[in-house]
Design a protein around this ligand. Structure first.
Ligand SMILES: [Zn+2]
Length: 234
């Protein structure tokens, strides 16, 4: 098997693991009975809001999903696309590919998600696993933010993510230091997640957009080191 194929498998393996976590998770209050009897699948990846913090409500999502989706891991986007008038003029950008202006971490997203979740009925809440995303994965204080959000909104959040480490066209636009799987701040985040007992969903491209004639995808080895479980490419 080629190194590139290993890289692809690594990504799929991580996603499959998260899906199993979502399916296997249980609710101690017994409200799982509110979920449709036989949904087609559980959704481990749904952004309720966009890069300009706009989107639909959780109720609108559930209406759209109907009984085809059992439970959903729901989160915002931790990054805000800046509308810089010196770059974009009057054309308000609504996506990171629509402007050269920077993206910045928008911590209020966690409060927005928590309040949206709290507005739901108990039956609706039983289908949604809100996630914390509003932290900077290069900041050694990020784990403090996660703990603070949990204490401010007790009983709301099930995990962290989806947040990005390496992401095409995004990583280079984020203000400040570029995220990395080797960054000790990410280690502190994952240690906190393990200690608390949260699920973590992270986005990490396996390679750069134009890798050239390189055998091993750029981030594969760091993915292996970070997870500690995926066999390295041969
Ligand atoms: Zn995503």
């Amino acid at each position: 098997m080629s190194a590139r194929a290993w890289g692809g498998l690594a990504c799929i393996g991580l996603l499959a693991g998260f899906a199993q976590i979502a399916q296997g998770a249980d609710r101690s209050d017994g409200t799982e009975n509110a979920v449709a009897d036989k949904p087609l699948f559980n959704d481990v990846h749904f952004h309720l809001s966009s890069y300009v913090q706009r989107g639909i409500t959780p109720s609108q999502y559930l209406e759209m999903a109907g009984d085809r989706v059992g439970r959903v891991a729901m989160f915002g986007i931790p990054l805000q696309q800046k509308w810089d008038p010196f770059v974009s003029g009057e054309r308000a950008p609504d996506y990171y590919l629509r402007s050269d202006a920077a993206l910045y971490y928008y911590s209020f997203v966690d409060a927005a998600i928590a309040m949206a979740y709290r507005s739901l009925t108990e039956a609706q809440k039983a289908r949604i696993d809100p996630m914390i995303t509003g932290f900077n994965p290069t900041d050694m204080y990020a784990a403090d933010h996660i703990r603070r959000v949990l204490l401010t909104f007790p009983g709301v959040f099930a995990g962290i993510g989806e947040f990005s480490v390496h992401k095409e066209f995004v990583s280079s636009k984020v203000t400040g230091h570029t995220a990395s799987l080797r960054n000790p701040a990410l280690g502190r985040i994952l240690e906190a997640v393990a200690e608390i007992g949260l699920v973590a969903i992270l986005h990490c491209d396996i390679d750069v957009v134009r890798p050239g004639a390189v055998n091993v995808p750029r981030t594969t080895m760091n993915c292996c080191a970070c997870s500690g479980r995926i066999p390295p490419p041969q």
